[in-house]
Design a protein around this ligand. Structure first.
Ligand SMILES: C[S@@+](CC[C@H](N)C(=O)[O-])C[C@H]1O[C@@H](n2cnc3c(N)ncnc32)[C@H](O)[C@@H]1O
Length: 229
C-alpha cells in the first residue's frame, strides 16, 4: 500500500475538528475510551472466533476504520503497519500505547470514514469492528472503503446489527436506542449493516449472522465477514 502523506504519527498529538460526521464530546469521549480499554478483553472474547476468521491472513499494511483503543491490533501480522482512521482524539493516547506494546507501526489519521484522506486504490486491506454502527453515514463509509481498496483488495468486518424483527432483542434495541446512542456517541443497534455492505458494489461479499450472549442485550446480534473490491 502507498500513502502520499503521513499527517499524524505515533509521536504527533492529534486533534479532531468537529465535522458533520463526528463531533467530539469531552465527557463521553473520555468515558468511551476508558470503557473500551477496560471492557475490550471481555468484548473481544465474545467476538474472537468470528474476528479470527474475518481478520485472518491480513497483509503487512492495514487500514482500520475507528480503531478505538486498539482492539484489533492482536489480529495484525508481526511487524505490521496500521493506518488508523480514528476521529476521536480521546482514543489516541491509549491506541498509541497499545500499538507500542504490540510492536505495531501506527499512523493515526484524525479523519472520518466518510472522508478518508488516502488515495484511490492504495490499500490492500481495510478492517473494522463495531464501527459502522457509530458512523454518521455507513453508505458513504463503504463507498470510501471501496475507493481506497485496490481491485481485489479486502474489507474485513465484525459489526453489530439490528436483531430479527419481533424478537425480544429487537424490542430492546428499539426501546433503548436513545440512551444507548447518547452514551456510546451515536451508536445505533438498529442498522441493517449486512444490507449496506451487500449493496455497496463489492465484487463479492461473504458474511454470516451470529449471536453473542452478553448482558448488553441490544448488542447481541452480529455479522462478520469479508467483501472483495
Ligand atoms: C464502539 S467503538 C469501537 C472501537 C474498536 N473498533 C473496537 O472494536 O473496540 C467505535 C469507534 O468508531 C469511531 N468512529 C465514530 N465515528 C466515526 C467515523 N465517522 N469514522 C471513523 N470512525 C468513527 C469512534 O471514535 C470509536 O473509536
Amino acid at each position: 500500500m502507498t500513502t502520499r502523506t503521513r499527517q499524524s504519527t505515533t509521536s504527533t498529538p492529534t486533534r479532531t475538528r468537529a465535522s458533520a460526521e463526528f463531533v467530539e464530546h469531552p465527557g463521553r469521549g473520555r468515558f468511551n475510551s476508558a470503557f473500551f480499554w477496560v471492557m475490550g478483553g471481555y468484548i473481544n472474547g465474545l467476538m474472537h472466533e468470528r474476528k479470527s476468521a474475518a481478520f485472518a491472513d491480513l497483509p503487512p499494511t492495514v487500514v482500520e476504520l475507528g480503531s478505538g483503543v486498539g482492539a484489533n491490533l492482536r489480529y495484525l501480522p508481526t511487524g505490521a503497519r496500521l493506518v488508523a482512521i480514528e476521529p476521536n482524539p480521546y482514543m489516541h493516547t491509549r491506541l498509541r500505547r497499545a500499538a507500542r506494546a504490540r510492536g505495531v507501526d501506527l499512523e493515526i489519521r484524525s479523519v472520518v470514514g466518510e472522508r478518508i484522506d488516502l488515495p484511490d486504490a492504495s490499500a490492500d486491506a481495510v478492517i473494522s469492528s463495531l464501527v459502522l454502527c457509530s458512523v454518521r453515514d455507513p453508505h458513504a463509509v463503504l463507498a470510501e472503503v471501496r475507493r481506497v481498496l485496490r481491485p481485489g483488495g479486502r474489507f474485513s468486518f465484525a459489526e453489530h446489527v439490528a436483531a430479527t424483527p419481533g424478537t425480544p432483542t429487537r424490542w430492546t434495541q428499539r426501546a433503548l436506542r436513545r440512551p444507548w446512542a447518547w452514551v456510546f456517541e451515536g451508536c445505533s443497534c438498529e442498522r441493517d449493516l449486512a444490507g449496506v455492505i451487500r449493496s455497496a458494489g463489492f465484487t463479492r461479499v461473504d458474511l454470516s449472522h451470529y449471536r453473542i450472549r452478553s448482558p448488553f442485550l441490544p448488542f447481541n446480534a452480529h455479522i462478520a465477514g469479508t467483501a472483495i473490491a
